[in-house]
Structures are given as C-alpha cells and as structure tokens.
Design a binder for this molecule. Structure first.
Ligand code: GAR
Length: 220
C-alpha cells in the first residue's frame, strides 16, 4: 500500500509533529508528511519541520478578512498538495464548519485530556484541581463541536499528589507522542475506519472511548 499524504497543522512547539515526522522517515510507515502549516509564524515547530526538509507554510489570520477566508486558504493549499489526512497537533485555532465538512473523517486531533473530560484549554490544571487520579490524552476525529468528535484512542497516566500542571503535562506529552504515531499509523494503514459515528478497528466496532492505548501497549 502506498503511503498516505499527511499534513500537520500546528501553532507552537511541534513536539507531536516531530514525533510523527521521525516515524514517517521509515519506508514501511504508511504515512508521509508532505506539509506543515502554522497559523503562527514564530512557531518553533516550523523550524523543526524545515530541518527535516519538510515543506512549511505559515499563514497570518490578520492578513485575511475573516476566519472563513483563512480556512479557505488552508483548504486550497491542502488540496493543491493532494493531502489525504490532516493532523492537528497543538493547532490552537478552531476550524470552521465548511473546512470540517470538506475534509470529513480526514482530520485527526490530539487533545491532552481524557475526553469528554476537559475539552478546551488548561486541561492539566483542571484535572489536578478536580483531584482526578488519572489523566491522559485522546486522539479523535474532528467534528464541528470542539473536542467532541468520535474517539479513536485514549491513553492514561497517573496523577500524583503534589503534581504541578507542568509535571503532569510532561507525563501526558510523553504518551501523546506514542499515541499520535500509533493512531496515524493505524488510520493510514486503513485499519481504522469510521462509518456514521462509529469507529471500527480491524472491522470490530469500538466503544465510545476508542482503542485503549495502555491495553494496546500491554499486548505488544
Ligand atoms: C499538546 O499537548 C496537544 O495535545 C495540545 O497542545 C500541545 C501541543 O504540543 N493540544 C491542544 O491543547 C489542542 N486542544 P506540541 O506543539 O509540542 O505538540
């Protein structure tokens, strides 16, 4: 099977992006990163992507009359490059409904909480303040409702007493990198399919929580 053409949308550091770029260098990995787009020209991830020889684009929202025109430009770039899967990895801007429907079931997001808990921002602090015993990350398809699309995979880590938000964020980020790589690999190898609102993994219907990354790792 040929590699699927993937674009990554970022806004900052780009550590998830780099994890993906690295695995895609392996000839047997079913995806190739064709393009990285940032809505922030100062995003450090752009420098990283460039150092791997990946095409980069940065677009400033201020140069567009509205969000729709901005997203239209991104979708035009994605189409020109015949992108098949779009991964939002720390892309801190909400995509508009037209964009989402144009790329229905093709946009994959990673979010640093166990959704449906803590959509939006400050997820680590919210989990600590709620005295949760665990947190983690979720990979899901993007739909019109923020951080609410069908869940592909969830992975959890413990929250220790006295954890700071930075400590928890580091622990979660470590699992995010592995989860994103695993999920994109399964999607691009067509082992994960979505029909209506249900996700199938190797033709088996998944629960609302998606694949348990922890369980998957125990099996390996
Ligand atoms: C990651 O923790 C990602 O899950 C989060 O931003 C961070 C980006 O880090 N995304 C969101 O909060 C989106 N709602 P990175 O740029 O180093 O990959």
């Amino acid at each position: 099977m040929s590699k699927k053409k993937v674009a990554i949308l970022i806004s900052g550091r780009g550590s998830n992006m780099e994890a993906l770029i690295k695995v895609c260098q392996d000839a047997s990995f079913p995806a190739s990163i064709e393009l990285v787009i940032s809505n922030k020209k100062e995003a450090y991830g752009l420098e990283i992507a460039q150092s791997y020889g990946i095409q980069i684009q940065s677009l400033n929202r201020k140069n567009f009359p509205n969000d729709n025109e901005f997203d239209n430009k991104i979708s035009a770039i994605l189409k020109e490059n015949r992108i098949e899967i779009i991964c939002t990895a720390g892309y801190m801007k909400i995509l508009n409904a037209d964009f989402i429907s144009m790329f229905r079931d093709k946009i994959v997001n990673i979010h640093p909480s166990l959704l449906p808990k803590y959509p939006g921002l400050n997820t680590h602090l919210r989990a600590i303040n709620a005295k949760d015993k665990k947190s983690g990350a979720t990979v899901h398809f993007v739909t019109e409702e923020l951080d609410s699309g069908p869940i592909i995979m969830q992975g959890s880590v413990p929250i220790f007493s006295n954890d700071s938000s930075e400590q928890l964020s580091r622990r979660v980020l470590e699992i995010e990198h592995k989860m994103l790589v695993t999920a994109i690999s399964l999607i691009c190898a067509e082992k994960i399919k979505k029909r209506k609102d249900t996700i199938y993994f190797e033709n088996k219907k998944l629960s609302k929580k998606g694949i348990s990354f922890n369980h998957l790792m125990e099996q390996r």
